[in-house]
Design a binder for this molecule. Structure first.
Ligand SMILES: Cc1cc2nc3c(=O)[nH]c(=O)nc-3n(C[C@H](O)[C@H](O)[C@H](O)COP(=O)(O)OP(=O)(O)OC[C@H]3O[C@@H](n4cnc5c(N)ncnc54)[C@H](O)[C@@H]3O)c2cc1C
Length: 474
């Protein structure tokens, strides 16, 4: 490579976890990188916010996939010690519709012993499920770090025997464990969080207990927002230029290849290669010009995942020991999240920040409308279950799905396509566009789940695809 050649300029749309990770990777590979971010700050859904004098995570609250984030950090040259992670001992508690409860601790021994005492025979069954699914997770983990694993990868790594598992749903994996329904409902709570029915949820959702028992569930010092803040600082330090307040309204193309982007201000910025951290579906449906209408229509039919509604609270006191308390309500759940239990320094005169989060199906959210969602939040607040043990509360802010959409530049007020078993089998939205040369995608639409760690991994993988196709120096 001639050393005097100019570095190639790459445009990235969006400074969420996916866009920032892609930016750092490319900058460290020698590209000149500019991120165009619609908001006035980076981090997207994983950023923080200040309200009523308290600091909050806007969206995410728990790190369930430390190994995935470690991998991404290693690829980005970020020492893992840069993020101080607090292991969570008492992870979550579930209140069932009939008043029964199920609780999950980091300790597999304690959790299994409690299950055994509540439902004799369940302790060993739970252990067996955790060990089996964790072993599968460990075996399949390398696939998470590949952009498009193919049949050869499956054969070479001896993973063929896991295909039946991957083709099954979470529901069938849990049913085959022989565990009673309340425990299965407790384990599958994360599908409610993702707003999807357990029968449609992909089997890898069964990896979650193995992860928090064997690897641990974590809360970063400074909240989940510390991950996005660290990535933003690393991007700037690596020379990435972030242009805030710059919304991209079109990706221009010629002969099925990108030529640049147009901003809301009417400016055209040329580029041979672009990474979009905007919604995967939205990128094709709304940004790429001259995109085939039939493919656009197929993508637009994918079910969308809603961010749900969120109430940001100041509460007097904390309710130990569980960091997250869920209440099941038949078709869904509400989560009460208490970061003050893990970070007591967040307190101000005995008041702590806390959140009530209710996942909503995308269609339900749309049907409720802004007023219906406000009413839903009022009903959640009036329900006494989450207030037990607290001396009082103040509502600091309420966020409907429409406000998530507006404030975080979301496509149709959604985070990503719902990761159903069917969607995983059919293939996800590719990091390298199969339709437009020079277009790459990073973010939650491109990976098997919506976790922050997956978004960071996706940024690395999208950047790697781009680097294969467009060397750093033109
Ligand atoms: C309530 C809630 C709870 C969650 N809980 C967890 C959790 O506990 N653990 C976990 O790991 N994950 C959780 N998540 C998911 C996680 O926060 C997201 O999946 C992740 O942050 C998404 O990152 P991203 O890079 O895909 O995109 P985003 O965060 O959506 O960032 C995309 C960025 O691109 C910008 N952008 C979009 N379009 C344009 C455009 N046209 N022009 C310019 N800029 C544009 C946006 O403004 C945004 O800054 C939660 C999310 C929510 C909402």
């Amino acid at each position: 490579m001639p050393t005097h050649a100019a570095p190639r300029t790459i445009l990235i749309i969006g400074a969420g976890v996916g866009g920032l990770s892609a930016g750092i990777r490319l900058a460290k590979l020698g590209y000149r990188v500019q991120i165009l971010e619609a908001r006035e700050a980076g981090g997207g859904l994983a950023s923080g916010m200040q309200v009523g004098g308290f600091s909050f995570d806007a969206g995410p609250y728990i790190l369930l996939d430390k190994p995935g984030l470690d991998w991404a950090f290693q690829q980005l040259g970020i020492p893992s010690e840069s993020l101080k992670l607090k292991p969570i001992a008492a992870v979550y508690h579930v209140l069932h519709e009939d008043g029964g409860t199920t609780a999950f601790d980091h300790s597999l021994t304690d959790t299994a012993a409690r299950f055994e005492s509540d439902y004799p025979g369940s302790g060993p069954r739970y252990r067996a499920l955790v060990e089996r699914t964790f072993a599968i997770h460990q075996h399949l983990k390398p696939f998470t770090f590949k952009s498009q694993p193919n049949v050869w990868d499956v054969l070479r790594t001896g993973s063929l025997r896991y295909v039946p598992f991957l083709l099954s749903s979470l529901d069938s994996v849990l049913k085959s464990s022989g565990l009673p329904l309340p425990l299965r409902k407790g384990i599958s709570i994360w599908t409610h969080v993702a707003g999807q029915p357990v029968a449609q949820a992909p089997s890898p959702m069964a990896f979650v207990p193995g992860l928090f028992h064997h690897v641990g569930a974590y809360y970063p010092e400074g909240g989940m927002r510390a991950i996005a803040a660290l990535l933003e600082a690393e991007a700037l330090a690596a020379g990435v230029h972030i242009r805030y307040g710059t919304k991209v309204v079109a990706i221009r193309t010629a002969n099925k290849a990108v030529t640049g982007v147009e901003t809301a201000g009417g400016e055209f910025l040329p580029a041979e290669a672009i990474i979009s951290n905007s919604s995967g579906i939205g990128t094709y449906a709304e940004l790429v010009e001259n995109f085939p209408p039939t493919t656009k229509a197929t993508l637009a039919q994918l079910p969308l995942q809603s961010p749900g509604v969120c109430v940001y609270l100041a509460v007097q006191g904390c309710r130990p020991p569980y960091y997250i308390r869920f209440k099941l309500n038949g078709t869904g759940c509400t989560a009460f999240v208490q970061p003050g239990l893990l970070e007591p320094s967040l307190a101000q005169n005995g008041w702590y920040p806390a959140r009530l989060i209710a996942p909503l199906g995308h269609a339900t959210a749309a049907a409720l409308g802004p007023e219906g969602q406000q009413q839903l939040m009022d009903e959640l607040l009036a329900d006494p279950w989450w207030q037990e043990g607290l001396a009082g509360y103040r509502v600091l802010h309420k966020r409907t799905t429409f406000e998530w959409g507006r404030d975080y530049t979301l496509y149709h007020d959604s985070m990503n396509p719902v990761m159903t078993a069917r969607f995983m089998i059919k293939g996800r939205i590719a990091h390298r566009s199969p339709w437009v040369r020079g277009l790459y995608l990073a973010g939650s639409s491109t990976h098997p789940g919506q976790w922050v760690s997956f978004c960071a991994i996706s940024g690395v993988l999208a950047a790697n695809c781009l680097a294969q196709d467009f060397p750093a120096h033109a």
